[in-house]
Design a protein around this ligand. Structure first.
Ligand SMILES: [Zn+2]
Length: 198
């Protein structure tokens, strides 16, 4: 292989879900089998790198100050579903079971992996709560040890506001997998069956 090929393969291998073999296959596909696809891919990457950012309010993907969900006046502002990552939000949206808004933490507390509260998208959630925007906080975080620890942290450290009800979904969700790997029907019943969380 050539140095440039190996460099490309090295970067592809760092992407989630791609091992050495898959990275090699993609690099060969792009450079040898279908080189005509390469310019469009390069320009899509460049465009996304410039255009896509985090929503100032919820942390979802956006191309301006606020994401499409935060900008949608038909969504119930007071209902805020807290998720670990953007794909969790996408899974819940796909289920069609939720008409509120979201807050994406971009992680969960994990002392072992060196993830502390400062690494999570908490400042804007705190601001949303202080502004009185939140009526119910629905914790849709993974039901593993780190997800539980994050839920406890949120209830202990977010602005104490008696008007905010905190609930937790999880009923019927696969243990450890959480929202992302649940099908739409399971997600819908998990949301509908959410319970008060202390
Ligand atoms: Zn948003």
């Amino acid at each position: 292989m050539t140095p440039a090929f190996e460099k490309l393969q090295k970067h592809l291998k760092q992407l989630p879900g791609l091992g050495y073999r898959a990275a090699e296959r993609i690099a060969l596909h792009l450079l040898v089998e279908k080189p005509a696809r390469l310019p469009a891919l390069v320009s899509a990457l460049e465009e996304a790198a410039v255009a896509v950012r985090r929503c100032d309010r919820c942390g979802n993907l956006a191309e301006s100050e606020f994401c499409a969900i935060c900008s949608d006046e038909k969504r119930e502002r007071a209902l805020v579903c807290v998720v670990e990552h953007v794909p969790d939000l996408v899974a819940i949206e796909r289920s069609g079971a939720f008409r509120g808004t979201y807050h994406v933490l971009h992680g969960k507390l994990s002392p072992i992996h060196g993830v502390g509260p400062d690494d999570l998208n908490l400042a804007s959630l705190r601001a949303r709560m202080e502004e009185g925007e939140v009526g119910e906080l629905i914790l849709a975080l993974p039901n593993d040890v780190e997800g539980e620890a994050t839920c406890h942290y949120l209830t202990d450290h977010l602005p104490a506001n008696r008007a905010v009800k905190t609930t937790r979904i999880g009923f019927g969700l696969p243990s450890g997998g959480g929202v992302l790997y649940a099908d739409s029907v399971t997600l819908k019943s998990a949301l509908e069956g959410r319970r008060g969380y202390q």
